[in-house]
Design a protein around this ligand. Structure first.
Ligand SMILES: Cc1cc2nc3c(=O)[nH]c(=O)nc-3n(C[C@H](O)[C@H](O)[C@H](O)COP(=O)(O)OP(=O)(O)OC[C@H]3O[C@@H](n4cnc5c(N)ncnc54)[C@H](O)[C@@H]3O)c2cc1C
Length: 510
């Protein structure tokens, strides 16, 4: 096994505070082998599943395109809740009372599984219970809050209205929900990785898994000239690669977080959420002995709004309500909103039997990624799991979700067509400011062009290799982001995250 002291990287230029806890790459030596399970992706979903399976006596290999925690798990804000972005009232209206109850049970079981791992493995990951508050600032939000409250009561989540809360924002009504928690996601993930190694698991980092070959019940792939075969494959990639139904059932969103130092000591000892559109949340985390206020939200569909503006709006909001001394960290990451509000977990439709995935976690992937890992591990072993049906990847639903589904896909169709006509013809290469990128027309060709700080130009085809939409430049993370399905690329064209597996084509310009 080899260990280097590289820092944990994540899928953007900006640094999250979690990266401080990175302790590099570890791996065994790859040989041609048949494993019980190949897990693609070393985020919270993949590592939790890997550990469960390896500890159940299965032989597991985890492969990640980059490094452990490189994906959204390295850019999360790491709240552990017993409620979710899909409210229990919404869950009931789309999936009935039984569906809402199963969803609540799954969320809570995911949260409990994290706590069990923390206790059982003795993980030092800043795990702390906190009281949660959701507050309403307008009459319409009060109505929303009442629905949330009723939904919680129905599924047995204890919540009470309170007169007071540690919130500097004037509010009309506030709901107090005890038993929330927070942790340091990378410290947790690294401990899962170490436990996985201890149980005999194998990890291959910097390994893109693209096309699998399936013969009978065995699926195989070449990694560094070694044929790695497995009886089951789990795509724990947040979104499975390639063209598949999930790209069309889940919409990619970017979400923003600041970690700020305050001039006073008014760090809330709670996790707090508003109901605005776009929403905000705050919590406190001690990083390197220093308390920091984490303020997050301002989400928007990937590739649609200006990330720099999302950050500046978030900072303005924070400064309005808190006595900010300095902004220590700012970062953004991506999550996927499922069309009908529930995650998709299980067999990937139209792929060979035994190729599984989990996606569509919304902003709740700590709990849903963890419970998905358990569901997928059960499915891989052939054990019944009570959540398999409700989260089935082939469910034909939804009562309410259909309109959302149509809306998200109409939006994709718009970008496929309209972006081709919308490229500014007049923008010239000369006017491109260092450190920025733009899709422009040059010499009769549409190009995605980035000028680095030294003035060097990197030109690429702007056509996303996934489904052919035109990428947009993300000024904050310095990436090319696809507005359709969330494919994201480095300025050299290489894939960072999302469903594409092929780089943007590099184009030579004079
Ligand atoms: C800003 C933000 C805040 C959030 N806050 C919370 C929160 O407070 N609580 C909560 O519960 N959830 C939260 N979420 C959601 C949660 O962070 C995610 O749902 C969760 O981290 C997803 O974990 P994952 O393991 O499924 O995917 P990831 O962590 O994205 O891991 C996927 C891995 O797969 C690898 N990969 C991808 N494609 C390939 C390939 N073809 N071959 C090999 N490897 C591949 C990637 O490199 C990556 O490491 C938040 C999300 C965002 C964006």
């Amino acid at each position: 096994m080899r260990t280097t002291k590289e820092e944990t990287k994540r899928d953007g230029l900006l640094e999250s505070p979690w990266q401080q806890a990175g302790n590099g790459v570890s791996s065994g030596v790859l040989t041609d082998q048949v494993y019980d399970c190949l897990i693609v992706g070393a985020g919270i979903t993949g590592l939790t599943a890997g550990l469960i399976l390896q500890q159940a006596g299965k032989r597991v290999i985890i492969a990640d395109l980059r490094t452990v925690g490189f994906g959204t798990t390295g850019g999360t804000s790491a709240h552990i809740n017993n409620f979710a972005d899909t409210t229990y009232a919404e869950a009931e209206s789309a999936f009935g009372e039984k569906g809402a109850q199963l969803f609540a049970d799954a969320i809570q079981e995911g949260a409990a599984l994290i706590k069990t791992n923390v206790d059982r493995l003795g993980i030092d990951c800043d795990y702390e219970y906190k009281t949660g508050y959701i507050y309403a600032e307008t009459d319409q939000e009060v109505k929303q809050l009442d629905d949330i409250y009723q939904g919680m009561l129905k599924v047995g989540i204890p919540a009470v209205y309170n007169e007071e809360a540690p919130i500097p924002v004037p509010f009309k009504k506030v709901l107090e929900i005890t038993g929330q928690a927070q942790f340091h996601p990378i410290k947790y993930l690294m401990a899962l990785r170490d436990a996985f190694f201890k149980a005999g698991g194998m990890l291959s980092e910097n390994t893109l898994i693209d096309k699998l070959e399936s013969e009978g019940n065995i699926h195989s792939v070449l990694i560094n000239d070694k044929r790695i075969s497995a009886k089951r494959v789990i795509y724990a990639t947040h979104m499975p690669p390639g063209i598949n139904v999930f790209s069309f059932r889940c919409a990619p969103y970017r979400s923003y977080v600041l970690a700020v130092k305050l001039k006073d000591d008014k760090y809330p000892d709670a996790v707090v959420y508003d109901l605005q559109e776009p929403y905000h949340y705050v919590r406190t985390h001690v990083i390197n002995g220093e308390p920091l206020l984490l303020v997050g939200g301002n989400d928007h569909k990937t590739g649609h709004d200006d990330p720099a503006k999302a950050f500046s709006d978030l900072e303005e909001y924070t400064r309005k309500f808190y006595n900010v001394s300095s902004v220590k960290y700012r970062w953004s990451s991506q999550y996927y909103v499922p069309a009908d509000g529930f995650p998709y977990i299980g067999q990937i439709p139209f792929m060979a039997d035994g190729i599984l995935t989990a996606t569509g976690f919304n902003g709740n992937g700590m709990m849903l990624g963890t419970i998905s890992a358990k569901i997928l591990a059960d499915q891989a072993i052939g054990v019944a799991n009570r959540y398999s049906e409700i989260f089935s990847t082939s469910r034909i639903k939804p009562i309410d979700g259909f309109t959302e589904f149509v809306k998200e896909n109409a939006d994709v169709a718009y970008h496929l067509v309209a972006d081709r006509f919308g490229i500014p013809e007049t923008d010239s290469l000369e006017r491109l400011v260092p450190g920025t990128g733009k899709v422009l027309e040059y010499d009769g060709k549409k190009l995605a062009v980035y000028r680095d700080e030294q003035g060097n130009i990197q030109a690429l085809s702007p056509v996303c290799t996934h489904a052919g939409c035109i990428v947009n430049f993300n000024t904050s993370e310095k990436t090319w982001d696809c507005p359709c399905h969330g494919g994201r690329y480095n300025t050299d064209g290489s894939v960072i995250t999302g469903p594409p597996t092929k780089a943007l084509q590099q184009i030579q310009i004079n």
